[in-house]
Design a protein around this ligand. Sequence first.
Ligand code: F6P
Length: 346
Amino acid sequence: MRVGVLTGGGDCPGLNAVIRAVVRTGIVDYGFEFVGFKDGWRGPLEADSQPLDVQAVRGILPRGGTILGSSRTNPLSDKATADGRTGLQRITENLAVLGVDALIAIGGEDTLGVASKLAGSGLRVVGVPKTIDNDLGATDFTFGFDTAVNIAMEAIDRLHTTAESHHRALIVEVMGRNAGWIALHAGIAGGANVILIPERPFDIEEVCDYVQHRFETRYAPIVVVAEGAHPKASTQVDNAKLDSFGHARLGGVGQMLAEEIERRTGKEARATVLGHIQRGGTPTAFDRVLATRFGVHAIRAVAAGESGVMVALRGTEVVKVPIEEAVNQLKLVPTERFEEAEIFFG
Ligand code: F6P
């Protein structure tokens, strides 16, 4: 059997660990052959592939990024139609020419949404969930999240000391377009004085009260804000640039907050945007282990003839769920979880 592997969407620490586990398990346990598709769905769409064997995956376990490259190419969009063939037809034909019998798609909501449609059309596809945002449904955790949280926590630890030296408010903007998991976990772990997440539109006056209160205790405030957080009665971003899945490129809420806090409190405030630092670099041990386990279970699912399923973490067990279950509903931060963090505000 010949299995294709691809990584789509925003990259994330742990992708290489999945690729390694898939290839090693597939070759050692089943005698499969592998083909790596380049840059997410662009690879199968344009028949752009590379051979993948044990040698090709040596030494990649601790490496961030993905040896296969990634992109946000959407094969289901009109742009993917060429020579009168839809993206789906192009992929089906290219896989047949390359002799690929099954695909393992490693990605987030968009990549897996396409995987699910392909599985529905008869191709054998197994999904592996990834996103630093941890907002995919049907799995307790995605790999990459723990690494991102640790990077953000370390940044907050560092910002505490400089904020205190200068008696400033420091605003840390972290990733999270729809869900505030990174902000919540890094904020709790780093002892933030305010955490703002997309699920809970904020009241700027309340934020300023927390900031003032923190200054009164003679310590400097740290505000952690997810990029998708927004004030009450306001939408996210107008006229933002959209990617091929229609998502707005976010960013800017941290700076907006710093200016508003400075104006309203009279205290100096600065913003730090962590951006892609959260996505790059070596994965934590937790993410390496989770990614490896996901890879092993994904190729076992392929060997068992399954399709349209995704590996997922439930408690400490790796299980399989329909891909649809994961992409149909985003996993948002529940109110009770936010309330636990709120105890420490101010
Ligand atoms: O989906 C993961 C994510 O990290 C989001 O939190 C963020 O909004 C987005 O990717 C950024 O993507 P890009 O690198 O394509 O701008």
